[in-house]
Design a protein around this ligand. Structure first.
Ligand SMILES: [Zn+2]
Length: 106
């Protein structure tokens, strides 16, 4: 697997979603790290795309990209970016990243 994927380009085009406000009460969220955000007003925890994927992989170690995409709703392109940044580990990731970058053509 070569390293020709333009992660910066992927990020610029399709940065994963970051929650700003609590979906329960609308107050500002505090970032806890590893993709988790907590509302200090009501205690509700929100996840960004990275947090969703990471939480899913914790419960389902060895899940492949298609399973993760289906379960979390996070697109494979974004999952590919997270894998590339070594934020997450995905089974069969080399092939998966290749597939993910094909969507990049518009
Ligand atoms: Zn809240």
């Amino acid at each position: 697997m070569d390293d020709n994927i333009n992660v910066e380009g992927l990020l610029r085009d399709d940065m994963y979603k970051i929650p700003v406000r609590c979906s329960k009460c609308g107050k500002m969220l505090k970032y806890l790290g590893v993709g988790e955000y907590k509302c200090e007003a009501c205690g509700y925890t929100e996840y960004d795309d990275y947090g969703l994927v990471r939480a899913y992989l914790e419960k389902h170690p060895g899940a492949n990209a298609v399973e993760v995409e289906r379960a979390t709703g996070v697109s494979r392109k974004i999952i590919a970016v997270l894998v590339k940044q070594s934020k997450i580990e995905i089974k069969g990731r080399a092939r998966f990243i290749e597939e993910g970058t094909h969507d990049q053509r518009k």
